[in-house]
Design a protein around this ligand. Structure first.
Ligand code: ATP
Ligand code: MG
Length: 723
């Protein structure tokens, strides 16, 4: 047998992993060392050389995009399609299992997936419907609580209130939230994993069947598995399974979502005798980029520690740009992108990375002005746009009348005279009778309501029934087209003034195209409509489909994990933004931010630009910031500063690092204010000046306000009254 294509262009260590005997194996290695490549080649090796059927493999990747790419690479290596290969994200695979075994999992056949946004709405309504103080309970916090419990595998009945009334209430919310979901056949993301785990735990025959089928379990980005994912994997592996997991402890960046890097050590305990392969050669980046990444991550204490080297040559220095503000920063990035593109490079080879989603807006504006096509991954999510969710809600209700979340969304959209009181009547009927809103609507319409209100409900119920009849048997995209017309949504948005309405209509039309282009996974067994709706819910977190147009890639550092680009910009590298304010004081949080920085730097193959702004307007607030401490961790000899910060005319009284990051506190006398002075601000009230810095238009003061705490204000705009 000719195995050359599979082993070709693999180094010794990579070959050892790819051709390892069927025993548990852990590949632990730094960024760009070929972990994902090893995983892909292992699959090809198992199929081609070991004669394992593609049906006997289960491969887990971190995004659907990565799964699609991996499938493509395996097919290219084997030169044949591998349709029956189960490859996907933990969520995607759990979903597939639940679709097949809905009955055993205690779900209705046409259960619907809800995303974070739907989940929050349900919780909001729940808080309102209960006699609790709305102000005390933030939906977001309860959502976080519920998901965190699910990620640990815990149901409300497993939780102890520890005699804490707060916790008791949280548990009660969880309990009631789950009842609403169960009644409506709604499954949130965390529930997908938890149910899939319980399915196996509670039906040993089924588990045994899957254990026999999936002997080989391959997991990429293993460092970011959470408790329930790991438990699921262990159950499936049982005693005979052969897990093959690859990861990098330095790239664990989802602790905040329950990921546990400790699973790397746990794996070696749980699968005693597991071999460990380390890869040390990086094939992605130049020496300079790799040295910069290594220098940053070296500052973390909690590490397994490993060496990484490259033959990639020294390459260009890491370029650092100090912008005056976020617009200057965006202009700089756009200038470089334009040159890149004019030099004949593909725009898609350039990525602009940032710490938080909100930063994308200014960059997007500048890109639009410069007429540079771009695509935002994980930000402007097509399937999360309002009008798309409206249309999907109609489709979901057609498929599943008891879906309360969809019902609430569209019962009066477009407006059809169903007011708040009518809705409240339906809700209380639903609560009292433990039934869905759909059934409550039927009952309420024929009972107590005024003639007008009840006929409005009947119109709505008939509309949905009629749409269900009319779309029955149509092709998926015809169904979608029918629904956006018959629902009145197109008409409704046409009335919305200006470009916004037009964009919404375009988006709705795009949904028909999306349905047309939709190819259900051959291994799924459900109606095309249900498959499409599930796809929409699962894809929503991942940005749009691959663009036909060559465009610059915008994304958060988190979404960039596993990817690589010849040209990378890391924007907004400022203390407070990156590392994020809420992590600075917490050593573990700071180390996670540093790992994220390591992920960002190691995405770059050839050129890396790091930018930061002295002044930034974000979420409508102006603030001044120092360059990120991570910048100072990169050795001087690797760096070229494009606009040295010395230009800024501030007295710097100590400068331990480069770029004056220790701050620059002036006595403040020339500003007309003094430290300790009491001031009054129109919005923040009374406070005391703690610090003054900068001069002229740059002058800023730090004020400790009695009611809102410390703020840094631009003196020229702050309009402070001296007291
Ligand atoms: P990350 O930690 O970022 O996920 P990784 O360890 O998964 O990175 P890969 O993405 O698999 O690394 O590989 C990085 C790059 O190096 C890819 O472009 C890959 O094709 C290339 N590469 C890996 N191994 C080799 C090799 N032996 N010869 C040539 N190129 C290689
Ligand atoms: Mg990888």
């Amino acid at each position: 047998m000719d195995v050359t294509p599979i082993l070709e262009s693999l180094n010794e260590a990579q070959r050892t992993a790819v051709t390892a005997p069927p025993e548990p194996l852990l590949v632990i290695a730094g960024a760009g060392s070929g972990k994902t490549r090893v995983l892909t080649h292992r699959i090809a090796w198992l199929i081609d050389v070991e004669g394992v059927s593609p049906q006997g493999l289960l491969a887990v990747t971190f995004t659907n995009k990565a799964a699609a790419e991996m499938r493509g690479r395996i097919e290219a290596l084997l030169q044949m399609p591998v349709n029956h290969l189960w490859i996907g994200t933990f969520h995607g695979l759990a979903h597939r299992l639940l679709r097949r075994h809905w009955k055993e999992a205690g779900l209705p056949q046409n259960f619907q997936i809800i995303d974070a946004d739907d989940q929050q709405r349900i919780i909001k309504r729940l808080i309102k419907s209960l006699e609790v103080d709305d102000d005390r309970w933030a939906p977001r916090e309860i959502q976080y609580f519920i998901n965190a419990q699910k990620d640990e595998g815990l149901r409300p009945q497993h939780l102890d209130d520890e005699n804490d009334p707060n916790r008791r209430q949280q548990i009660a919310f969880y309990h009631q939230y789950q009842e609403i979901c169960d009644r409506g056949g709604l499954v949130d993301f965390a529930e997908l994993l938890l149910r899939a785990h319980e399915l196996w735990r509670d039906t040993p025959e089924l588990l045994a069947q899957y254990q026999r089928r999936f002997r080989h379990l391959l997991v990429d980005e293993f460092q970011d598995t959470n408790a329930i994912q790991y438990a699921w994997l262990r159950l499936l592996a049982g005693k005979e399974g052969v897990p093959f997991v690859v990861g990098d402890d330095d790239q664990s960046i989802y602790r905040w979502r329950g990921a546990r890097v400790e699973h790397i050590q746990q794996f070696q305990k749980d699968f005693s005798g597991a071999s460990v392969v380390k890869l040390e050669q990086n094939y992605r980046s130049t020496e300079t980029i790799l040295d910069a990444a290594n220098a940053v991550i070296r500052n973390n204490t909690a590490r397994l520690g490993k060496n990484l080297w490259t033959e990639g040559g020294q390459g260009e220095p890491v370029r650092i740009y100090s912008a005056y503000n976020e617009r200057d920063e965006a202009e700089f990035v756009i200038g470089k992108l334009r040159t890149w593109s004019e030099q004949g490079n593909a725009r898609a080879d350039a990525a602009v990375l940032y710490r938080s989603n909100a930063q994308s807006r200014v960059l997007e504006e500048a890109l639009i002005n410069a007429r540079l096509p771009y695509r935002v991954y994980g930000g402007l999510r097509f399937f999360e746009r309002q009008e798309i969710k409206d249309a999907l809600a109609y489709l979901r209700l057609i498929s599943h009348r008891d879906d309360d979340s969809s019902f609430e969304r569209i019962v009066n959209k477009p407006t059809r005279g169903i007011g708040a009181r009518t809705l409240e009547a339906m809700r209380s009927y639903a609560r009292a009778n433990s039934c869905s809103m759909w059934r409550a609507a039927g009952a309420v319409a024929s009972n107590a309501l005024s003639g007008r209100a009840s006929s409005a409900i009947v119109v709505f119920l008939n509309l949905i029934e009629r749409m269900a009849r009319d779309t029955d048997g149509l092709d998926l995209h015809e169904q979608v087209d029918h629904v956006i017309q018959a629902s009145g949504l197109i008409e409704f948005f046409r009335k919305e003034k200006g470009e916004r309405g037009e964009t919404r209509i375009e988006n709705l039309e795009e949904l028909v195209s999306a349905a047309k282009g939709f190819e259900p996974d051959p291994a799924e067994e459900m109606s095309h409509l249900d498959a499409f709706l599930s796809h929409a819910a699962l894809e929503a977190g991942e940005g749009q489909a691959d663009a036909w147009e060559d465009c610059v890639q915008l994304m958060t550092m988190h979404s960039a994990k596993g990817l690589e680009f010849p040209l990378v910009f890391m924007c907004g590298m400022e203390d407070g933004l990156f590392p994020h304010q809420r992590s600075i004081a917490d050593p573990n949080g700071l180390e996670e931010e540093r790992r994220l920085c390591y992920v960002g730097i190691t995405r770059a193959k050839e050129s890396l630009y790091i930018t930061h702004a002295e002044q930034r307007r974000l979420h409508g607030m102006d603030s001044f910031a120092q360059a990120s401490r991570f910048i100072a961790e990169i050795p001087d000899e690797l760096v070229e500063e494009i606009r040295p910060r010395v230009q800024v005319s501030r007295p710097v009284h100590s400068a331990p690092g480069r770029r004056g990051r220790a701050g620059s506190v002036a006595p403040g006398a020339e500003l007309g204010v003094r430290l300790g002075q009491r001031v009054r601000h129109g919005k923040f009230g009374d406070g005391v000046i703690l610090n003054c810095s900068g001069q002229g238009a740059h002058a800023q003061v730090e004020v400790n306000f009695e009611s809102v705490g410390t703020k840094i204000l631009v003196l020229a705009y702050a309009n402070l009254d001296l007291m």
